[in-house]
Write a protein that binds this ligand. Structure first.
Ligand SMILES: C[S@@+](CC[C@H](N)C(=O)[O-])C[C@H]1O[C@@H](n2cnc3c(N)ncnc32)[C@H](O)[C@@H]1O
Length: 243
C-alpha cells in the first residue's frame, strides 16, 4: 500500500472507524509487510530480549507473540482500534509478557517520558500518512515516540516509504536521532542471481541529505524500508557504534 500519499486514497487508513470495521470482518490474524522471522535479525541486533518494547499500531499481527516465543519479556502493544485490542487481549490473556491497550499514537501521555527501550512500528506511521492532516499526525506521533524512548533507545520503523518521503519527518533535528537504513524485499520476491547473493543485513549508506545514493538500484520496487533511529544522548559528542 502507501508507497506515497497518492496511493493512499482508496482506503481511509488513517481513520479509526476504518480499522474497527476491518477488524470486525477479519477476526483472525494478519501481519502487514513482513513476518517476525524476516525481521528477526534486525530486532535481535538492536533490542536485547530484556528491552521494554512498545509496539505501536499492533493490529492483529502475530509479531509480538513470535517475539515472546523468541525470548522477549515485556511488550506493550497499543492500537487505536478497540476491536483489535479487545480481540488481542482475550487471545493473549495467558501470556503475561504481552499487554494490550487501546491508545492513539498521537497522544500517548499515559506513559511517562523515557518509558521504553525500543519502539517498533510496522505500517502505523504509513497509516497516519494516509489520513487527514497527515503531516501534523506524523509529527505528533514521532514527537511522542521520541519522548517515550530513553536516551540510547531505538525506534524501528518498517515502512513502504523511501527516504525521500520519510527522512523529512525522521531527520528533524529536534529528535536527535542517528538513523540507519535497510532495504528488504517483500516476502516471496525472487530477484536476480546477483541480488540473491546480496546481504539485506547491511545498512544502505544515505547521502548527506538523507537520500538513497544516486547509483542505488531498488531491485524490488515493492520492497520495504527499515529505519533504525537511535535516540542520541544530548551529552554525546560523537556518533557511537549502534551494535
Ligand atoms: C497497516 S496496519 C499494521 C498492523 C500491524 N502493525 C502489522 O504489522 O500487521 C496499521 C495499524 O495502525 C493502527 N492505527 C492507525 N492509526 C492509529 C493511531 N492514530 N493510533 C494507534 N494505532 C493506529 C491501525 O488500527 C492498524 O492496526
Amino acid at each position: 500500500m502507501f508507497r506515497d500519499v497518492s496511493s493512499c486514497n482508496t482506503y481511509n487508513y488513517g481513520d479509526a472507524l476504518y480499522w474497527d470495521a476491518r477488524y470486525v470482518q477479519e477476526a483472525g490474524s494478519f501481519d502487514w509487510y513482513q513476518r517476525y522471522s524476516a525481521l528477526r535479525p534486525f530486532v535481535r541486533k538492536y533490542a536485547p530480549t530484556s528491552s521494554r518494547i512498545l509496539m505501536v499500531g499492533c493490529g492483529n499481527a502475530v509479531m509480538s507473540e513470535d517475539m515472546v516465543k523468541d525470548g522477549y519479556e515485556e511488550i506493550m502493544n497499543i492500537d487505536i482500534s478497540s476491536v483489535a485490542i479487545d480481540m488481542m487481549r482475550r487471545k493473549y490473556e495467558h501470556i503475561p509478557q504481552l499487554k494490550y491497550m487501546q491508545m492513539d499514537v498521537r497522544d500517548m501521555s499515559f506513559f511517562p517520558d523515557d518509558s521504553f527501550d525500543t519502539v517498533i512500528d510496522k505500517g502505523t506511521l504509513d497509516s497516519l500518512m494516509c489520513g487527514t492532516d497527515a503531516p501534523i499526525s506524523a509529527s505528533q506521533m514521532l514527537g511522542e515516540v521520541s519522548r517515550l524512548l530513553r536516551p540510547g533507545g531505538v525506534y524501528m520503523l518498517i515502512t513502504y516509504g523511501d527516504p525521500n518521503v520519510r527522512m523529512p519527518y525522521l531527520g528533524r533535528p529536534v529528535y536527535n536521532w542517528w538513523i540507519e537504513l535497510y532495504v528488504i524485499p517483500r516476502p516471496g520476491f525472487e530477484g536476480s542471481a546477483s541480488s540473491s547473493m546480496k546481504s539485506y543485513l547491511e545498512p544502505i549508506p544515505m547521502t548527506e541529505k538523507g537520500l538513497l545514493p544516486a547509483d542505488f538500484v531498488l531491485e524490488d520496487p515493492d520492497c520495504h524500508f527499515i529505519y533504525v533511529c537511535k535516540k542520541m544522548d544530548d551529552v554525546l559528542t560523537s556518533i557511537p557504534s549502534i551494535d
